[in-house]
Design a protein around this ligand. Sequence first.
Ligand code: IPM
Ligand code: MG
Length: 372
Amino acid sequence: MAKYKIAWLPGDGIGVDVMDAAKIVLDKLRLEAEYIPGDIGWECWRAEANPLPDRTINLLKNTDCALFGAITSLPKQEAEAALIPELQGKGLVYASPIVRMRQEFNLRTNLRPCKAYPGNPLNYKEGIDIPVFRENTEDLYSGVEFFPLPDEVREAVKKHNKKMARFDIHPAGEVAVTLRINTKTACRNIVTDAFEYAMKYGYPSVTVVEKPNVMRETSGLMVRTAREVAKNYPAIKFWEANIDAICMWLIKNPNDYAVLVTSNMFGDIISDLCAQLVGGLGFASSGNIGDKYAVFEPTHGSAPKYAGQYKVNPIATFLSAKLMLDWLGETSMAGRLEAAIAAVIKEGKVRTYDMGGTSSTIDMAHAVAAKL
Ligand code: IPM
Ligand code: MG
């Protein structure tokens, strides 16, 4: 029997292309794993009105972790229009399967390392190395949303906060509300993970990124909790930054920063910014990590226009596989994989179109595999 059972979830669009490439690399590494394919994504939504079918949930429950490609997600109306005719007009609402997996499996930590590998022509500056820790289950992603705004909700909010009265002039059908829900437990966990990582890998600082001057309670809770946690790590510098300001500073002085830690929505935004500093989404890997399960995925979307062309850069997926190997405890294999990726980037002979080259997704896979 194989040592690991890994759910294999290509999803749709270029998810399929990059996962085919990842398989070449993992096979070369000879990871003792059984890869069990699972259905997820746009086709499941269109045909079954459920982009994360129960059979896939069961698959996740029976595997050690998952490697995931990409999925298309569209806003409400466009998603409904894509359903097969039999399923239309029933008020079915598309919910992003990756967000659902994060919440249902409590994959509370989203780790997004953003590292400028030497020789990458897309590096904004050399030497950038910014691991982003994004809280992964709460915040504006709570999914607790209202539209139209029910009267009871409006009245209850008004009773407890007089600022709500300002919206009285707007009828229910013209008010949309999303609750930003943050818990102390989640704040403590994500900040602790960020500090532990800084300790383990020798990063000099942890910066908590929020907006407590405006969102006094939610961002405030994160920053206050971070200050408490930081006291346990006197060897690591602790900084606080506002989300808007740090977007500017990261462009100006990216080398000043090391580990960043933030809530879900700000983490979504800042991790794209940091990814662009080190080559864009073709280099952006991520791990959705819980206590018992984890899902690894490139941060990019499904880029439907490139689907099946084997044109996109699979390095983000290889780096996600590297995070998976680390999480499984296969650290020496993870190190070999990262070294092989770094060597191919440095050599500069095999480059996908985003890097200014003409190599295919599969060429890149063979180039990395050849270094293993
Ligand atoms: C990401 C993506 C997802 C998110 C989308 C696809 C729902 O942008 O992983 O960063 O918003 O978290
Ligand atoms: Mg995103």
